[in-house]
Design a protein around this ligand. Structure first.
Ligand code: OAD
Length: 251
């Protein structure tokens, strides 16, 4: 309780807030995190080995099928009270930037104005050859687990369409990274929620904020490598802890 009150006070007094989120904030909506074992027919795959340019080159149908399965999964779930609390922080503290590593759209659907997507989006496919944006394939219900799907052809050059996400070994979208760096370097409080803090360069964002003098507040049920830089560690689930912090900050 003492930690919660301390976090609430820091937030209520902040002029500039950054909320930095990872897969953990969407876990309670039913979107598996990357460290969770995949279930069903996907359980024999490792999420990280499907998320590479090489995997798409070797087996485009497998990788496209996996991302289509994830997109349908995300479409069928709803934002949880954690996402809603983040949107509430934006309403109470007008200079708030939301920076997410998630490729889902649950922040937007909870009312966040313009979350910065450091790792792209499941909803912005593009040609893997010429980069031309591609329409989202028509929805035919949720594809079965483990189903391969051939990627659509680009309407401009006929190349295979790929998901609009950042894969391991690829650069982050330049403008998203610039926005994130600027916000982190200039904030007084950074609230990091549901991220393992293991994947760079995204994991540099809370560290940059701490080096620039911001108070870092962490929400995560597990210890992470960000524990030492956090001024306040709130060990718990985002959908429970975040609404409690917001209620205490702006009673
Ligand atoms: P991870 O899957 O690495 O970590 C999820 C974190 O959420 C863990 O620290 C969990 O303890 C925590 N967590 C689980 N349930 C939670 C809950 N209910 N409330 C709060 N926290 C909870 O996800 P990310 O850190 O987002 O990159 O992963 C970073 C990047 O690695 C991803 O964006 C993705 C991935 O591989 C790419 O695809 C490029």
């Amino acid at each position: 309780m003492e930690h919660l009150a301390q976090a609430a006070k820091l937030l209520a007094q902040a002029q500039r807030v950054v909320v930095f989120t990872g897969a953990g904030i969407s876990a309670e909506s039913g979107v598996p995190t990357f460290r969770d074992a995949l279930t069903g027919l996907w359980e024999r795959f490792d999420a990280q080995s499907l998320a590479t340019p090489q995997a798409f080159q070797d087996d485009p149908d497998l990788v496209w099928g996996w991302y289509e399965w994830r997109r349908h999964r995300v479409t069928s779930v709803r934002p949880n009270p954690g996402h809603e609390a983040v949107a509430a922080v934006e309403r109470h503290a007008p200079h708030t930037a939301v920076i997410t590593q998630n490729v889902d759209d649950l922040h937007e659907r909870a009312g966040s104005a313009q979350p910065v997507h450091l790792h792209g989006s499941l909803f912005a496919p593009r040609c893997s050859l010429c980069g031309f944006p591609a329409p989202l394939p028509a929805s035919e219900g949720e594809p079965d687990d483990g189903r391969r799907l051939p990627p659509p052809a680009c309407t401009r050059c006929s190349g295979p369409v790929r998901p609009g996400v950042v894969w391991f070994g690829e650069a982050l979208p330049e403008s998203a990274l610039e926005d994130a760096v600027r916000a982190a370097a200039g904030c007084d409080v950074l609230l990091t929620v549901g991220t393992s803090g293991l994947v760079y360069p995204a994991a540099e964002i809370p560290r940059l904020a701490a080096r620039s003098g911001a108070a870092v507040i962490q929400v995560n049920p597990q210890p992470t490598p960000l524990d030492p830089i956090a001024r306040v560690n709130l060990h718990g689930a985002a959908a429970t802890v975040l609404p409690a912090v917001v209620a205490a900050a702006w009673p």
